[in-house]
Structures are given as structure tokens and as C-alpha cells.
Write a protein that binds this ligand. Structure first.
Ligand SMILES: [Zn+2]
Length: 189
């Protein structure tokens, strides 16, 4: 942070405010504390008969990879409304938002993913501006190696396992930073 978005001053620095425990960006001119907190990503797992709806990304990161419709929650929006909006924007798909399904913390990038199961209401869907392609996949057709994010892989893996068991509990988990590949191991192999 280079300047204060409240008063415009450049006299801003990281320090622990009185009574707080973490360093924050504090403006020395106006005294405003600029808190930075995680972003919430909301989305749907749209189901139609035995298939799920995926979108192929037309934007970076992960251009060309497949994902479930999801995006950043907006101010003034509930998580279910945000998930429904993202599904319309990215997949042109109308859904009835169902049960909360996965909640995944990503502390290393300061995000929380919240995914709902959803019932696709009709087959009149198509790519929005952020998608190249939208289509339904049966379990055997899911492009597992071409999925955009680990959160999406985890959500879909849970889903197909749960479908076999016939129960869809809410899954709450955390993904840590992926460990770097150790070159000495690659070389030995
Ligand atoms: Zn200020």
C-alpha cells in the first residue's frame, strides 16, 4: 500500500495498532487503519441428471482449463445469491441453489472457497464473457487433468464419492501451499 485511500497521504506504514496483535497499514496523517482480510469465492456445482456443468476459462489464471462457475462475493450479497449470480455470468445457467457443499480455506493466498450444490433448471446455457465453453460432463468424462484449481478438483472428487454413498455432507477443509518440487528427487528419478 503506497498511499492512504481515505485521505490520499503517502505517510503510511505497517505497524501494530494499540490493542491489536498484527501489523496493519496505518495512515499517520488521518489515523485510519487499513485492514486487509481474506476474499470469499462463491460458486455452484450444477447437477443435471447424472452430469455436472463445467466452464472452460477464457481468462487468466488458468486460461483454457475447466472449472465450476465461481467468483468473488460482492458487497451486499449473500453467499447463495453470489453463487447463483456467478453461475449465470460464467455459464449462462439458471440454477436452484441447494445445500452448502464445500468450504475450503486457502490461507496462503488469503481466500475462502464456498461451493453449493445446485440444480440446473434447464439446458439453455452457454458461455459468458469469462468462459470459452460450457458443457455437461458425466463422471467418466470429467477432464481431471485439465481442471483449473485444486479447490475444484477437491469439490468434484468429494461429489462423485458422495454420490456413490448417497449422502452429501458439508466438507470443510484447508489447502496449504503446494510443496515445491525438489529438483534432487527429480534428478535421481
Ligand atoms: Zn489517511
Amino acid at each position: 500500500m503506497n498511499f492512504c485511500s481515505h485521505c490520499g497521504s503517502r505517510d503510511i506504514g505497517l505497524r501494530v495498532p494499540e490493542g491489536d496483535t498484527l501489523p496493519r497499514f496505518v495512515c499517520s496523517a488521518c489515523g485510519v487503519i487499513h485492514y486487509q482480510n481474506p476474499q470469499v469465492v462463491v460458486g455452484c456445482l450444477p447437477e443435471y441428471e447424472n452430469q455436472v456443468l463445467l466452464c472452460r476459462r477464457a481468462i487468466e489464471p488458468r486460461y483454457g482449463k475447466w472449472t465450476l462457475p465461481a467468483g468473488f462475493l460482492e458487497n451486499g450479497e449473500s453467499i447463495a445469491t453470489g453463487a447463483q449470480r456467478e453461475t449465470i455470468e460464467e455459464a449462462g445457467a439458471r440454477v436452484e441453489v441447494g445445500d452448502l457443499y464445500t468450504v475450503i480455506s486457502l490461507p496462503y493466498i488469503n481466500q475462502v472457497y464456498i461451493m453449493f450444490r445446485a440444480r440446473l433448471l434447464d439446458l439453455d446455457f452457454g458461455p459468458g464473457t469469462e468462459s470459452l465453453e460450457v458443457r455437461l460432463f458425466g463422471e467418466d468424462e470429467v477432464p481431471w487433468e485439465e481442471l483449473a484449481f485444486r479447490t475444484i478438483t477437491r469439490t468434484l472428487r468429494n461429489y462423485f464419492l458422495d454420490r456413490k454413498r448417497g449422502a452429501f455432507p458439508t466438507h470443510v477443509s484447508t489447502l496449504e501451499r503446494r510443496p515445491p518440487v525438489r529438483p534432487e528427487l527429480t534428478a535421481a528419478a
